[in-house]
Write a protein that binds this ligand. Structure first.
Ligand code: KG4
Ligand code: ZN
Length: 338
C-alpha cells in the first residue's frame, strides 16, 4: 500500500511516500526558517501562505523523482493537529480534496504521533510497548506507548518545552531563530565554567519545567561584564548540560517505573548530540536500548506522517471527506476526535 504523507503544521512543508511493504520510498521538505528568522519567530499568516506556495510543486516533484503516478497512491495521510490552524488547513484541504478526487481514503494524523513513531522509519525498529521521550519546540513529554493510539502521558512540561528553552536561550545569546541547533554547536566549543539549575531533578514525578532555567541564563548573562564568544560558549555548555541531565534522569526514572527496556527519542531536540551521547552511555549501565530517528526525521517532516498513516490505515474507517483540523489536539485523544 502506498501512502502519500503531508506535513504542514508549522514552518516546514514535508511530503513523503511510504510503501507499507518496502518502507520509505522518498521524501522532500521545504523549510520556512529563512522566512521567519527575519521576525525572530514563526509568523502564522506567512507560514500558511508559504505552505500554499510549495505544497503542490513538492508533491509533483516527489512523484516525478520516484516515477510514481498519483493514481497509484492508495491513501493520503496528513497532519490534522496540533499546530497553527491556517498552516494545518492548507495540508488538510489539499489532502482531503486530493483523496476525494482520487476516491481513496484520507487519514488525519496527530503530529506528535508522527514524531513518536518516527524511529520506526529505521531498519532497527523498536517494538511495542516502549517509553517515548518526545522533545520538540512545543512539547516535552514522557509517554507510555503500548501500541498505535495507546498513549499514556506520564510526564509533561509545566511551562516551556525543551525546544522552546533552547530557542529562548539561543535568542538571549544572540544566536537567531530557531536557535536550538546553533546553541548546541556553540555549547560544543564551551567548557564547564558555570553551574545552572537542574529544574525538578529530584522530584518524584515525571514532569519538566524549563522556564526557570532560561531565567537563570538571563541572570548569568546580565552578570557578565562583557559577553565574549568564550563566555557565550561556556553558558551554552552549562545550559545544554543542565537540560540534557534533566531529560536523561527523568527518562531513566520513567523506564524504571514502566519496567520497559526500550526508549524512543523523538522531536527536534532528539537531534541534540549531547542528549544522544548521554542516553547511549546510560543505556549500557541501566540496561535499556535507545532508539533515535535519523537527524532529518527528528525535526518536522512528511516521512513520519506517511509512516503513521500507513500504520493507522487499517484502523481508520474514515470515508467522509471533511475540512477540519484540531489545532489543540491532545495525544491522548487520537482515537476519539476524528
Ligand atoms: O519537532 P520540531 O521540528 O518542531 C516541533 O514540532 O516543535 O522541533 C523543533 C525544535 C526547535 O525548538 C529547535 O530549536 C529544536 O527542535 N532543535 C534542537 C536541535 N535541533 C533542533 N534543539 C537542540 N539541539 C539540536 N541539535
Ligand atoms: Zn514537530
Amino acid at each position: 500500500m502506498l501512502v502519500l504523507g503531508i506535513e504542514s503544521s508549522c514552518d516546514e512543508t514535508g511530503i513523503a511516500i511510504y510503501d507499507s511493504d518496502k518502507g520509505l520510498l522518498g521524501h522532500t521538505l521545504h523549510s520556512q526558517i529563512k522566512l521567519h528568522s527575519l521576525y525572530g519567530g514563526v509568523v502564522p499568516e506567512l507560514a500558511s501562505r508559504d505552505h500554499i506556495k510549495y505544497i503542490i510543486p513538492l508533491i509533483d516533484q516527489l512523484l516525478r523523482d520516484n516515477s510514481i503516478s498519483i493514481d497509484s497512491i492508495d491513501s493520503i495521510a496528513y497532519t490534522a493537529g496540533p499546530g497553527l490552524s491556517g498552516a494545518l488547513l492548507v495540508g488538510s484541504t489539499l489532502a482531503e480534496a486530493l483523496a476525494y478526487s482520487l476516491n481513496i481514503p484520507s487519514i488525519p494524523v496527530h503530529h506528535l504521533e508522527g514524531h513518536l513513531l518516527a524511529p520506526m522509519l529505521e531498519d532497527d525498529k523498536p517494538s511495542f510497548p516502549f517509553l517515548a521521550l518526545l522533545v520538540s519546540g512545543g512539547h516535552s513529554q514522557l509517554i507510555d506507548v503500548k501500541g498505535i493510539g495507546q498513549y499514556e502521558i506520564l510526564g509533561d512540561t509545566l511551562d516551556d518545552a525543551a525546544g522552546e528553552a533552547f530557542d529562548k536561550t539561543a535568542k538571549l545569546l544572540g544566536l537567531g531563530y530557531p536557535g536550538g541547533a546553533a546553541l548546541s554547536e556553540l555549547a560544543n566549543e564551551g567548557v564547564a565554567k558555570f553551574e545552572l539549575p537542574r529544574p525538578l531533578f529530584h522530584t518524584h514525578g515525571f514532569d519538566f519545567s524549563f522556564s526557570g532555567l532560561k531565567t537563570a541564563v538571563l541572570t548569568l548573562v546580565k552578570k557578565q561584564p562583557k559577553l565574549t564568544n568564550t563566555i557565550k560558549a561556556n553558558i551554552a555548555f552549562a545550559f545544554q548540560e543542565s537540560i540534557t541531565d534533566v531529560l536523561v534522569k527523568k527518562s531513566i526514572k520513567a523506564l524504571k517505573h514502566t519496567g520497559y527496556k526500550r526508549l524512543v527519542v523523538s522531536g527536534g531536540v532528539g537531534a541534540n548530540k549531547k542528549l544522544r551521547e548521554k542516553l547511549i552511555l546510560h543505556s549500557k549501565s541501566e540496561n535499556f536500548t535507545a532508539y533515535f530517528p535519523k537527524l532529518e526525521f527528528c525535526t518536522d517532516n512528511g516521512a513520519m506522517i506517511a509512516l503513521a498513516g500507513a500504520l493507522r490505515a487499517h484502523l481508520s474507517s474514515k470515508n467522509d471527506y471533511k475540512f477540519s483540523v484540531q489545532p489543540r489536539w491532545k495525544l491522548s485523544e487520537t482515537e476519539s476526535t476524528f
